[in-house]
Design a protein around this ligand. Structure first.
Ligand code: SAM
Length: 237
């Protein structure tokens, strides 16, 4: 098995056993998007959606299949996930685009269709790989890309206010070791070493202040039981 297949299999196992509460995230995302759609004027154009770090769409596809979108763009750094996402979504009534690329680059360098304002921005479990400076920069750039009345659904892991990255990593690794018996030892090791090497979750209080300074209104729409996973809904202030 190559590295991508091994690591993606570990992530799939986490999702299938609901160890990061993906089912609750999917329900909260559906409730937020369906509520937002109902509140739109009847004559509003069908919304354009861009998903930054779309992955394989294993969880989001059933929702996307029933949303009356004008278009959907799935963007991901890992090319292997895009055909999986396309297959999971299947045939839908709106045009879809699949882009291999870095979400920072997409935010900084709109071209063609991407220059149009976006009604729905979505990103789940991808932005925590960025540094604090990159997150700030991303929030500033995305604020210029959102359409008036649009929304940005940001699902991710976050640190408790004031919690250091080291303490966060320790507590998450303890959680994996003590309460993820559904994974094999090798899968637990994959997830544990990946998060120690690459995860830089934002401090909840600090990122809220950063987002407000960038011109967003911030609302915590869902909070996981472990004080890590959460969903924020950002709208233009
Ligand atoms: C943990 S997976 C989450 C996938 C999906 N959003 C979900 O919730 O199941 C993170 C995804 O983000 C992608 N990703 C990470 N950093 C990225 C970046 N800088 N630009 C675009 N995609 C990125 C990864 O390739 C991966 O597919």
């Amino acid at each position: 098995m190559d590295l991508f297949t091994q690591q993606w299999a570990s992530y799939r196992a986490v999702v299938e056993h609901d160890l990061m509460e993906h089912q609750a995230v999917a329900s909260a995302t559906a409730a937020t998007l369906e509520g937002w759609l109902q509140a739109r004027p009847n004559d509003a154009a069908a919304p354009r959606m861009v998903d930054l770090g779309c992955g394989d769409l294993a969880l989001l596809a059933p929702l996307l299949q029933r949303l009356p979108l004008g278009s959907y763009t799935g963007l991901d750094l890992t090319p292997e996930v895009l055909p999986l996402a396309q297959q999971a979504l299947g045939n839908v009534a709106y045009p879809c685009r699949w882009l291999e690329g870095d979400l920072l680059r997409w935010a900084s360098d709109p071209a063609g269709d991407d220059a149009e304002p976006v009604d729905i921005l979505h990103s789940a479990f991808a932005i925590h790989h960025l540094s604090a400076e990159e997150k700030q920069w991303l929030l500033e750039r995305l604020r210029t890309r959102i359409a008036p009345g649009g929304l940005f659904i940001w699902v991710d892991v976050f640190r408790k206010p004031g919690e250091s990255r080291d303490i966060y990593v320790q507590r998450y690794q303890q959680r994996i070791a003590s309460s993820w018996p559904q994974l094999s030892a090798q899968q637990r090791e994959h997830v544990s070493s990946h998060l120690a090497a690459y995860d830089h979750p934002a401090d909840r209080a600090a990122i809220e202040a950063t987002a407000k300074a960038a011109g967003w209104q911030w609302r915590w729409a869902w909070n996981g039981r472990q004080h890590a996973e959460a969903m924020a809904v950002l709208t233009p202030a």
